[in-house]
Write a protein that binds this ligand. Structure first.
Ligand code: ADE
Ligand code: ZN
Length: 339
């Protein structure tokens, strides 16, 4: 028996991390970009990571295949089709403009392709999606400021800013000015923190960047006072279990701090991060944790509701999505009881 996936908001996915090896090969051939292999399975075999940096090295190298507006369109559309099948009703999608700028691709090309895909997906798939522009922390605060300035002409094409890439050694404090400027422009603010970095990075992201959500945030569990702040302020954590296992932020899924984060009363959501690299999309992550931790339908419904509560959409829209979660839960309970 196949059961429909939970209606969900995907709040932590990097569009560049959805580049499946099949599309990677297609784009490499289209643009004459060399790859270590042209066999998608062989390329996937190379995805054995020891930490965040070992992943980032391959991930950034692969992005050399993205050259034209159509490449960005095809990347985003492939994700959105897959996401719609995973139950995603709302997606807030990260992208890394600095990587593409460094490859010689103008922002107009990046925005052109991504925005067109988002618009078509809304029309054809009924999926609501927006972009969040991420700064690469390894390039520092001045480069982030330059990037934000360059993106101002495209302000109507993204809803917020984020902070990603290598974490340790690049604390949120380096990005105080660019986040303040983004806030003054009316943009939402989120930041990766507490993935490999300690709970102090999470605290800084809240205090210095005004982060409204924390991406990952799993190491917050090490600091009870921080946990209390996150709980009291209802700060969402966008947790990506398969990513954390793949990058060895946690040794195994069984040892993932997810149950402790839930138990602590935090507003946890589940996401896929870079699904083409970490073995699954958001629906796979959800079924993975359901099985691993024996979560019941009520606990799964809470995670699905959380995702919409944490989304950057108007309250009325949240209520409609949450009604869909409640309906899904009722259907599931009826199925289980055989009624
Ligand atoms: N960029 C893409 N995926 C990332 C992750 N998991 N952490 C930091 N930066 C990233
Ligand atoms: Zn991420």
């Amino acid at each position: 028996m196949t059961v429909a996936p939970w209606p969900i908001a995907e709040l932590h996915v990097h569009i560049e991390g959805t580049l499946e090896t099949e599309l990677l090969v297609t784009l490499a051939r289209r643009n004459n970009v060399p790859l270590p292999s042209y066999n998608p399975d062989e390329l996937r075999e190379l995805y054995r990571f020891t930490d965040l940096q070992s992943f980032l090295d391959i991930y950034y190298a692969n992005l050399a295949v993205l050259r034209t507006e159509d490449d960005f369109y095809d990347l985003a559309m492939a994700y959105l089709v897959r996401a719609a099948g995973a139950g995603v009703r709302r997606a807030e999608i990260f992208f890394d403009p600095q990587t593409h700028l460094a490859n010689g691709i103008p922002l107009s090309v990046v925005f052109g392709g991504l925005t067109r895909a988002l618009r078509d997906a809304r029309r054809d798939l009924g999926i609501s999606a927006d972009l969040i522009l991420c700064f690469l922390r390894h390039l520092g605060g001045a480069a982030a400021l330059e990037t934000l300035d360059a993106a101002v002409p495209f302000l109507d094409q993204f809803i917020g800013v984020g902070l990603d890439s290598a974490e340790v050694g690049f604390p949120p404090s380096l990005f105080t000015e660019v986040f303040a400027r983004a806030g003054a422009l009316g943009l939402h603010r989120v930041a990766h923190a507490g993935e490999e970095g300690g709970p102090d990075y999470v605290q800084e992201a809240l205090d210095l960047l005004g982060a409204e959500r924390i991406d990952h945030g799993i190491r917050a569990i090490e600091d009870p006072r921080l946990v209390q702040v996150l709980r009291d302020r209802r700060i969402p954590l966008t947790v990506c279990p398969f990513s954390n296992v793949s990058l060895r932020a946690t040794p195994t899924l069984a040892e993932h701090p997810l149950p402790a984060l839930i138990e602590a009363g935090l507003l946890v959501t589940i996401s896929s991060d870079d699904p083409a690299y970490f073995g699954g999309y958001v629906d796979d992550n959800l079924t993975g944790i359901e099985r691993e931790f024996g979560l019941d339908p009520h606990q799964m419904a809470t995670l699905a509701r959380n995702s919409f509560l944490a989304a950057f959409v108007p309250e009325a829209e949240k209520r409609r999505y949450i009604a869909a979660v409640d309906e899904h839960l009722e259907g599931l309970l009826r199925l289980i009881s055989g009624a």
